[in-house]
Design a binder for this molecule. Structure first.
Ligand SMILES: C[S@@+](CC[C@H](N)C(=O)[O-])C[C@H]1O[C@@H](n2cnc3c(N)ncnc32)[C@H](O)[C@@H]1O
Ligand SMILES: Nc1nc2[nH]cc(C(=O)O)c2c(=O)[nH]1
Ligand code: SF4
Ligand SMILES: [Mg+2]
Length: 242
């Protein structure tokens, strides 16, 4: 059995972002990322600050952990990171979850393909805008979207771009124009990762949400889209494990 680097198993909570926002779900957060986004809200997965907390667990051990924390109170698991698409053998976790009647969602940035992408029920691909300081490899992203389409995964796939400024909006327009058939989400960027009062953060993020709505409303290139905040950030602020 392969072992996977795991930093957090938590829930049940709600999916706070994107295509299945509000869905009751457990989370498994893997360690390690091939990016280092300037504003990453989960930098502890790759910046070394939590390296003592990384556990190497088999799929069976992850499922045991999910059941011991979540009991019978869940039927959906979201895998995030870090970039879980770095893990070649993740099918070893996805398949037994499905056998138990549990749906599986996954969050990744679209920098790597894995064959098990076609088994994910709710696959969110989140390419990174200029404010992240990362560069999109369009050929890789083209290939990922094409393969998902070839495999009839359209209804299980979405694109989600986080927006911090007008340049990011231009990038979001570019992504949506390139893949017009893929359900498209614009998400409010959280630029205050140090705020520890949830009410202060919520107030600020709602202002940012209003700004983002205004921008999208005014755009001719962003029509068949959805605009969302991170609901978990509105409710719990910058708290980890929620
Ligand atoms: C922490 S990432 C992990 C999965 C994968 N590495 C990715 O980026 O898609 C999960 C989601 O959080 C988003 N995210 C990260 N930092 C954020 C921030 N400061 N504000 C809003 N969304 C953020 C990412 O864009 C991604 O959609
Ligand atoms: N509630 C909740 N929803 C989320 N959606 C995406 C998350 C992530 O960090 O990938 C996340 C998270 O950490 N918590
Ligand atoms: S790709 Fe995701 S996990 Fe990696 S640095 Fe960017 S936001 Fe963080
Ligand atoms: Mg998060």
């Amino acid at each position: 059995m392969n072992k996977f680097p795991v930093l957090e198993v938590f829930g049940p909570t709600i999916q706070g972002e994107g295509m299945v926002v509000g869905r009751k779900t457990m989370f498994v957060r893997t360690a390690g990322c091939d990016y280092s986004c300037a504003w990453c809200d989960s930098a502890f997965t790759w910046d070394g600050s939590a390296k003592e907390d990384i556990e190497r667990l088999t799929a069976d051990e992850i499922i045991e952990r999910l059941l011991s924390i979540g009991g019978q109170q869940f039927d959906h698991v979201t895998i995030s990171g870090g970039n879980p698409a770095l893990l070649k053998n993740l099918g070893e976790l996805i398949d037994p979850l499905h056998q138990r009647g549990i749906e599986v969602a996954l969050e990744t940035q679209g920098s790597r393909w894995q064959d098990w992408f076609t088994d994910i029920d709710d696959l969110t691909i989140s390419p990174k805008p200029p404010s992240s300081k990362m560069n999109t490899n369009w050929l890789v992203l083209d290939e990922i979207i094409a393969r998902l389409k070839e495999n009839g995964r359209d209804r299980h796939t979405s694109l989600k771009v986080v927006i911090f400024n007008e340049e990011d909006l231009g990038y979001a327009e570019e992504v949506h124009e390139r893949y017009p058939d893929v359900p498209f989400f614009l998400q409010v960027g959280n630029d205050d990762l140090e705020e520890n009062q949830p009410a202060n953060l919520a107030s600020h993020l709602l202002d940012q949400y209003e700004w983002l709505i205004d921008q999208v409303v005014a755009s001719e290139k962003l029509n068949r889209v959805r605009v969302l905040p991170q609901v978990h950030a509105l409710v719990w602020g910058n708290k980890r494990g929620v």
